[in-house]
Design a protein around this ligand. Structure first.
Ligand SMILES: Nc1ncnc2c1ncn2[C@@H]1O[C@H](COP(=O)(O)OP(=O)(O)OP(=O)(O)O)[C@@H](O)[C@H]1O
Ligand SMILES: [Mg+2]
Length: 373
């Protein structure tokens, strides 16, 4: 006959879809009952009664428990945590860290933080951000993505996220899409209504994205920035001084002025520019030739100019061709880079993801957050 202990052990394999920890660890298993005939009843406590993921959780629990020998039937009952239980969970998730602290500025943080930036709009920052994030997650890394484009948010649609984040007290649990934990102001405004905030509000929103969102231990955090060099870029540099910058450009040679601005910004914020990505580099024609629709050479020029301006090597990290599937994937919430196949753009983005995780930690040009006494 199956024992409650065996069922409880099996439940250690059920992971909460959002918090990403075993439900047993989160004190979500309230009770397990087993009848002599092998009927198992499991009572689960959800963080909120309206938890949108109750069906996923029920299915996962049923699958895991019914595969045990001696189990004839599985019943899952859902209840909700009371105030004390929620507070206890919150404390547990914080792991002893005081509330309202930005985890990415803690000395022991191992998360690499990259801002995806550009001097001008529409060059593909958001598309690259979601495709890179999903590729990194597909490689098994723990990845977060912050939509730092407060006015022009586009990440929820591109990742196909339509569930609002759950709140646990003053803690925000980020939705997970394609393995990526993601947060965007678009999840908090109604019907895509525009956000009309001034600088200090933007700063506060970003601060909350870092400190109030429960990210857990991340390997990589990507920030999709708005175009240009405004308040948000400065806030990011202040909030996460060791974050590094990836500059996205198109192949137009006029992109040189982009380099000028990006370099100026990096010097001002004391952030390191890790490299340049040229997007929309060319289109592969039916005969296999490359059509440079938006010109060529921009990426090389920007990389060379930034190296000269900043005094260290700023490489051209990738050239991503134009492929209609990138736009289609963005519209459908299905990042093209993790789709099956091995197109030139998919390869370029996957290689870029590799190079970002395998870079050695170089401290030159980097703000270490140390101020003289
Ligand atoms: N390599 C590509 N191939 C085809 N379409 C692309 C590619 N990269 C981006 N796009 C498309 O170009 C448009 C602009 O891209 P995206 O929104 O990612 O740019 P952005 O730099 O984030 O823009 P903004 O500055 O407005 O935030 C989108 O429709 C996107 O689908
Ligand atoms: Mg964008």
């Amino acid at each position: 006959m199956i024992s409650t202990a065996e069922v409880e052990r099996a439940l250690e394999n059920v992971i909460d879809p959002e918090i990403r920890r075993p439900i047993t660890e989160l004190n979500m298993v309230e009770k397990v009952e087993v009848t002599p005939e092998g009927g198992v009843t499991i009572s689960i406590l959800l963080t909120t009664a309206g938890c949108p993921l109750r069906e996923t959780l029920t299915a996962d629990i049923t699958r895991v428990v019914s595969s045990l020998e001696g189990v004839a039937s599985v019943q899952v009952q859902m209840g909700a945590m009371n105030t004390e239980q929620r507070a206890a969970l919150q404390t547990k998730l914080r792991g002893g860290v005081a509330p309202k602290k930005n985890p990415f500025t803690q000395p022991d943080s191992l998360t690499r933080v990259y801002s995806i930036t550009s001097g001008k709009g529409g060059v593909g920052k958001s598309s690259l951000s979601v495709n890179l994030a999903a590729s990194l997650a597909a490689k098994g890394l723990k990845v977060g993505l912050v939509d730092a484009d407060i006015y022009g948010f586009s990440i929820p649609r591109m990742l196909g996220v339509d569930t609002p984040p759950q709140q646990l007290g003053d803690m925000i649990i980020p939705p997970v899409a394609h393995g990526v934990k993601v947060i965007s102001i678009g999840m908090f405004v109604e019907d895509n209504s525009p956000v009309v905030w001034r600088g200090p509000m933007l700063h506060r929103a970003l601060e909350q994205f870092f400190a109030d969102v429960h990210w857990g231990d991340l390997d990589v955090l990507l920030l999709d920035l708005p175009p240009g060099t405004g308040d948000i870029a400065i806030s990011v540099a202040q909030l996460i001084p060791h974050s590094e910058v990836v500059v996205v450009t198109t192949p137009q040679t006029a992109a040189a002025e982009v380099a000028e601005r990006a370099g100026h910004m990096a010097r001002q914020t004391e952030q390191r520019v890790v490299g340049v990505v040229e997007n929309m580099s060319y289109m592969v024609m039916p005969d296999g030739s490359h059509n440079p629709i938006f010109g060529s050479g921009g990426g090389e020029i920007v990389a060379a100019q930034l190296s000269e301006q900043l005094g260290y090597d700023v490489p051209l990290l990738a050239q991503v061709p134009l492929e209609p599937e990138i736009r289609e994937g963005g519209d459908a919430g299905e990042p093209w880079a993790i789709d099956e196949g091995n197109s030139p753009a998919q390869q370029a983005i996957r290689n870029l993801a590799d190079s970002l995780v395998h870079r050695s930690q170089d401290l030159s040009g980097r703000n270490l957050g140390i101020s003289p006494l």
